[in-house]
Design a protein. Structure first.
Length: 222
C-alpha cells in the first residue's frame, strides 16, 4: 500500500506561500484548507488563492473544503485544476451528485467526516469517491491533539474498501506527528495530513521523510 504525506499549508508562513510550498516538494500533495468562517469558525483561503497556488506549486493540490454549501462551490475548485477536492458530508445536500460533478471536472472526489460523524451512512457511496477523510481533530484550526477515538472509524473504512475492491485513499487530518502516525496507519490510513509537525520542524524535508518511514512501518495491508 502506498503511503502519502500531504503537508498542510495552514501551518505555513502565509506571507511567503510560494516559497513555503516549494519547501515541501518532496511530499506527495500540498493540503489546502479552505474555510469560510461559517461551517467552521475560521477564515482562510478562497478560489483566487487556490488558483494562484495551483499555478506555482511543484506538487498537486489536495483541497479540503470546510465550507457551507459544497454542492454549489466544490466543482469550481476542480475547474481550477486541483488534483483532489474533498468536501464535508455534514455540509452537503447530495454527496453522490457532488462527487460525480468533481470527477466530471477532472478532480479526485473526497468526502470528509468530523470526529463525531458516523461513517456507516456513507459506506454505500464509497464507489463514488476516490478518498475518504477522517478528521482526527475538530475541523477549523491547526495544532490540535490527535483524537484516538476516531481510529475505529478508520478500521471500519479499511475493511469496507477491501471488500469493495475499490481504490479509495483513506486520509487522516489533525494531530499527525511521529507519535500518532503509526496508530493511524495501523488502523487503515494511507494518506496523512501533517501541518505543524512538518512546518514546525528544523528541516521540512527530514520531517516529511521521517513521517513517511513511520507510516510505512505501520501501514495496514489490504
Amino acid at each position: 500500500m502506498t503511503v502519502r504525506i500531504n503537508p498542510s499549508i495552514l501551518s505555513a508562513d502565509f506571507v511567503n506561500l510560494q516559497s513555503e510550498v516549494d519547501r515541501i516538494s518532496s511530499a506527495d500533495l500540498v493540503h489546502v484548507d479552505v474555510m469560510d468562517n461559517h461551517f467552521v469558525p475560521n477564515l482562510t483561503f478562497g478560489p483566487r488563492m487556490v488558483e494562484r497556488l495551483q499555478a506555482v506549486s511543484p506538487i498537486p493540490l489536495d483541497v479540503h473544503l470546510m465550507i457551507s454549501d459544497p454542492d454549489r462551490w466544490a466543482p469550481g475548485y476542480a475547474e481550477l485544476g486541483a488534483y483532489s477536492v474533498t468536501f464535508h458530508a455534514e455540509a452537503a445536500t447530495d454527496v453522490r451528485a457532488t462527487a460525480r460533478a468533481l470527477r466530471q471536472r477532472g478532480a479526485r472526489a473526497g468526502l470528509a467526516v468530523k470526529p463525531g460523524t458516523p461513517i456507516e451512512p456513507y459506506l454505500d457511496v464509497l464507489p463514488e469517491f476516490d478518498q475518504i477523510l477522517v478528521m482526527t481533530v475538530e475541523p477549523g484550526f491547526g495544532g490540535q491533539s490527535f483524537m484516538p477515538e476516531t481510529l475505529p472509524k478508520l478500521r471500519l473504512l479499511r475493511d469496507a474498501v477491501r471488500r469493495s475492491g475499490g481504490d479509495v485513499w483513506l486520509q487522516v487530518d489533525g494531530g499527525i506527528t511521529l507519535d500518532t502516525i503509526g496508530m493511524a496507519a495501523e488502523a487503515g490510513a494511507d494518506t496523512f495530513v501533517a501541518g505543524s509537525s512538518v512546518y514546525g520542524s528544523a528541516s521540512v524535508e527530514d520531517a516529511i521523510a521521517e513521517l513517511r518511514r513511520a507510516a510505512t512501518a505501520h501501514v495496514r495491508a489490504g
